[in-house]
Write a protein of this length. Sequence first.
Length: 123
Amino acid sequence: MSNFEDPLQFDTKKKVGDVELMYSDLMEISQGGPEVGKLSINGIMIDGYYGGPSILRENYIYVPALMKKFFGSGFKLARINTVTLKVEYLSKLKDLIFLDKIIDNRIYFFEDMSRTIQKYQNL
């Protein structure tokens, strides 16, 4: 992940090895809020809407997934297998997931844009 990426502005196309990740149809979920869009892996569209930034590691892509609820919306941390394209949700619903890094078997993320509330999820 680039140090210049955040949930408002992130790389919409990444290629790591033979895996190409591309976002399309980007939109803000609220004025001045994070952007989400359709996500494709190697040209195959994944159901749902996803935000950024994303992290590619080994055979997985870690990305915030938009979850729409009756009263509002939020994000869950999603892990997508780049071979099977199976999506797993790893976290509870959060207002924001701003992915930072993976160290050992933990993925670190912020729950705010100013990077003051850091959390992690065991992988």
